[in-house]
Design a protein around this ligand. Structure first.
Ligand code: ADP
Length: 910
């Protein structure tokens, strides 16, 4: 940031001419929030814009005087515009950029583009940068288009349900969203867009979304035939979204739309449904805390190029359903696991390539410079090397990897590479306007100019030694500067030796400068040649780049090939390094993971492997076990193994047979939100509701505690009913971790429900987590054990054990009221799943006759006679404490909270 102070701010009403005037007039013609106008080597903001920019980016404002008025001014060097633009755009501003062109009589400026989050070309961020357009038609079908101008990707789809539309939005994670007219009118939809994505929501002209206009726009870009062959219906919601997105892109920048070379319609249901919550819960690309490291992607990613990383991330977000596609990718990964040497060689070669997808886009919209073209050349040079590596490695040559390499149009790429190698010099200047870009032999006219130039330069270079010896002068120098042009400089002491034809042009302290007619003449020739050469090379460069733009799609496809190789090699490497296995993927229903591990946790922990098995008669696993025993980990690991299998990856297991799923749905406790004291019960129920509506028989459902956010009876009831519904109606494969031990009885009542528990061992008063999943429910309550360890008085611990035994024996939950009145009893009937007060009105007479206190006495420690007296004549205060203890929600409390509550109880007992 530079600052110039031209005097005090003094904004008069007087006429404004010159630069500020030009700025204000350009600004008036654009709808952008801010205007950056090039003035020589800087982009300047004036007036209010200067103040806004200075405020946002913490810059200092100077003033610009213009005909008696002063204007705030802030500027950034041309070479640093990108980061500033990015920062402004990320803060939600749309910034118009006016570039300066030289004309015969000075400079002219025009707005060449409007930069918005979704159309920023100069991104330095490796991740994808999608602009989304969303429309909804009268029948409530959603059309969605996602375009990334930095890579030319353009994906279009149509879905029926709002939830699916949001899922797609979350998957693509756009930086900017254009809601269509019907969407914009519904505040709720826009609110959801805003909350589900970090995107800037930009209103765009309703007209652009109109069926006719949108269809026309697409035909214009891709041709009538293209739409037809892609099976895209003119005027459909998908077309409306796609047309509007393209319209917006075209409007924001000259030539930007050219980077979008291919329309890729896709069906949302080709992919495994992963709703937004699940993508977050499974920590696919970031952890629940929002960190990238610790996510599945970060663990798995050994790619060496940014395009490879982007693709791998995309795969994780879009697991496939088709067994054939999965197997083909698996086959490629398998080939890479075998061919260690070739894999390393390929990664090595790839690490010297550049982001061809992005470079191709820059070429297409005319912003690539000579260095970009060299990067393309270097990258294309890698392709034959890569192809050789694949072809000469037996395991790779006959695998789908060879097909991927062969998909690249090697002939065209080879021609482009040769053209580039013969055209651009090794070390071109940064700008395109000063010549020096092309090699000899590229263009005859240019060669003539260069020859003339070199001849003139030779003459000049020979001048200094020649004159020195001709005149016998030691301190003679030939040089050039901006004001004097070429000159001969002689030291003062020898200046009198200057011959007659030397014309003095300047006297310096220790020397004099001269010129001659001949030197002037050569100088004029050099200047003329330099100008002509700069102009010619600029034109030649544009022409050359335009020609390359015609094959931008070939270059983009080649970029895609490199990205695929990178992502596949990365999966192969990870599989080998972590001893992963190739799963058998089938269209069938079962799931059998032997000695499975959690892909992320195993990186940092000595992981105890576990089995997970679903088959007919066993579709719903209730997972019990003490707190911290590993229930959540087991659930997530199972979901992640299925997900990895369906992206075609190997999986962390000894062996795995995976029947493909159509969706993975999760609901896990949001501990961090609990810690923030927010009520999450509503959120929990919304998530549950979504799962019950959306999951199908072919889905995998992960429920990590349901009903914890509410009172115990409510919680059990909801968990109970949800289990029945999932089991009877939805029939999805389900893993349900619960601390409601009561639910384990469901296995006796529902055919497909089975119990597993995570084993823990108690020795010398210490609980050791074994982390092993075993058949059947947990056999004891570790909650009471914790109470014991915490020093809760023995009578209370014993009483709690008795209550628990009673509950187990009774198939019922009994709650006694406090106070001196008769105990109130609620009975939870496992048959009906309902509670009845006092067990009244049902067939539970036998149970209600029983006095739990008396039963408790029967297996009591004989030397606790005093307690026995007390229980014969219950002391209500003591009873209340016992009840409080029994109700103590151990799973929701931190150990410290348990301690403090227990301490309270102890004090009350005393
Ligand atoms: P829970 O859901 O039962 O409270 P978690 O799944 O959160 O338990 O696991 C508790 C801790 O145990 C975590 O730190 C986890 O990394 C570790 N853990 C879980 N399962 C295993 C396992 N199979 N092997 C090793 N460590 C495990």
């Amino acid at each position: 940031m530079y600052v110039t102070i031209d005097g005090p701010a003094n904004r008069g009403v007087g006429a404004v001419t010159g630069i500020v005037d030009e700025f204000l007039s350009l600004k008036a013609d654009t709808e952008a929030d801010l205007l950056a106008m090039q003035v020589g080597d800087f982009y300047e903001f004036f007036d209010e814009d200067a103040e806004t920019v200075a405020d946002e980016l913490d810059l200092q404002v100077s003033t610009k005087s213009s005909h008696g008025s002063s204007y705030p001014m802030a500027g950034v060097p041309v070479s640093e515009l990108t980061p500033y633009l990015k920062a402004l755009v990320e803060r939600g501003y749309r910034v118009a950029v006016a570039d300066q062109h030289e004309t015969d009589d000075g400079h002219e400026r025009e707005v060449t583009r409007v930069v918005t989050p979704g159309t920023l070309l100069e991104t330095t961020d490796a991740s994808a940068q999608y602009l989304a357009a969303v429309v909804r038609d009268d029948e409530s079908a959603w059309g969605l288009a996602f375009v990334d101008v930095t890579t030319g990707r353009f994906h279009v789809t149509q879905v029926a349900a709002s939830a699916d539309a949001y899922t797609e939005l979350y998957r693509f994670d756009p930086v900017e969203v254009l809601p269509g007219p019907s969407v914009r009118d519904e505040d709720e939809a826009v609110a959801t867009l805003r909350s589900r994505t970090d995107a800037t929501v930009t209103p765009h002209e309703a007209n652009a979304f109109a069926p006719g206009a949108a269809t026309h726009r697409l035909k214009e870009q891709f041709g009538e035939e293209a739409l037809h062959s892609l099976g895209i219906e003119p005027g459909s919601p998908a077309v409306r979204a796609a047309g509007a997105a393209l319209d917006y892109v075209a409007e924001t920048g000259l030539g930007v739309a050219r980077s979008v070379t291919r329309l890729q319609p896709y069906r949302a249901d080709d992919h495994v449904e992963l709703d937004a919550t699940t993508q977050r819960n499974l920590e696919l690309t970031e952890t629940m805390q929002g960190d990238r490291s610790g996510s599945l992607f970060a663990t798995l990613d050994h790619t060496v190029t940014s395009a490879g990383g982007r693709l791998l991330r995309e795969w994780l977000q879009r697991p496939r359903r088709s067994v054939e596609e999965i197997e083909s990718r698996q086959e490629a990964v398998a080939a890479f696991t075998q061919a260690a040497l070739a894999r390393d060689a390929i990664s090595d070669t790839l690490s010297n390539t550049y982001d061809l997808e992005r470079l191709a886009s820059k070429i297409a919209h005319g912003s690539a410079d000579a260095h970009d073209l060299l990067a393309v050349r270097d990258t294309l040079e890698a392709i034959p090397t890569l192809a050789d590596a694949v072809e000469s490695t037996p395991g790779l040559a006959d695998s789908p990897v060879a097909d991927i390499v062969n998909r690249a149009d090697r002939e065209t790429l080879g021609e482009v590479r040769e053209e580039l190698a013969d055209a651009i010099v090794a070390d071109p200047p940064k700008t395109l306007t000063q010549g020096g870009l092309f090699q000899r032999g590229y263009d005859d006219d240019l060669d003539d100019l260069i020859a003339g130039y070199e001849e003139a330069m030779e003459w000049i270079e020979a001048l200094e030694p020649g004159e020195k010896s001709r005149l016998g002068v030691t301190h003679l120098q030939v040089d050039r500067n901006k004001t004097d042009g070429y000159y001969i400089q002689i030291g003062k002491s020898e200046a009198e030796k200057a011959p007659e034809e030397y014309r003095e042009i300047k006297t310096l302290k220790n020397s004099k400068r001269f010129t001659t007619d001949e030197l002037d003449e050569r100088e004029r020739r050099i200047l003329r040649i330099e100008d002509e050469r700069a102009d010619l090379e600029y034109d030649l460069f544009e022409e050359f780049r335009d020609r390359l733009a015609d094959v931008a799609d070939v270059l983009q496809a080649a970029g895609r090939t490199l990205a695929e190789l990178d992502a596949l090699a990365s999966l192969g490497l990870h599989a080998v390094e972590n001893d992963w296995t190739r799963p058998t993927v089938t269209g069938g229903d079962g799931l059998d993971v032997e000695a499975g591990r959690h892909p992320v946790v195993e990186q940092t922990t000595e992981f105890v492997p576990n089995d997970a098995r679903f088959e007919s008669g066993r579709r719903f696993l209730i997972v019990t076990g003490p707190n911290m025993s590993g229930k959540s980990t087991f659930l997530r690991q199972t979901a992640l193994i299925v997900l990895l299998a369906q992206i075609g990856s190997y999986v962390p297991a000894r062996s795995a047979r995976i029947g493909t799923v159509d969706g993975i749905f999760t609901r896990v406790g949001a501990l961090d939100e609990l810690a923030q004291g927010r009520s999450t019960f509503m959120v929990e129920m919304q998530e549950l509701s979504n799962i019950l509506h959306s999951a199908s028989e072919d889905s995998l459902v992960i429920l990590d505690e349901v009903g914890r956010g509410t009172a115990t009876y409510d919680g059990i009831s909801i968990a109970w009913a949800a289990t029945e519904y999932l089991h009877n109606e939805v029939r999805a494969k389900t893993l349900f971790a619960t601390h409601y031990h009561e639910l384990t009885r469901l296995a006796d009542h529902l055919d497909d429900v089975a119990n597993v528990h995570i084993a823990a061992d108690e020795r010398d008063g210490d609980v050791t987590f074994l982390r092993t999943v075993r058949e059947g429910p947990t056999d004891r309550s570790y909650g009471i054990h914790v109470a014991d360890l915490a020093g809760v008085p023995d009578p209370v611990v014993d009483r709690a054990s008795n209550v628990l035994d009673t509950l187990r024996a009774d198939n019922a939950i009994e709650a006694k009221g406090s106070g001196r009145t008769e105990p109130v009893q609620a009975v939870f009937d496992l048959g009906s799943g309902e509670f009845t007060a006092n067990g009244a009105g049902d067939d539970r007479g036998a149970d209600s006759d029983r006095d739990p206190d008396r039963e408790a006495d029967s297996d009591r420690d004989p030397d606790r006679g005093a307690d026995s007296d007390r229980e014969a004549n219950p002391d209500p205060d003591r009873e209340a404490i016992v009840e409080d203890l029994a109700d103590l929600p151990l799973n929701e409390l931190t150990p410290i909270e348990v301690l403090s509550r227990v301490q309270d109880m102890q004090e009350r007992l005393q």
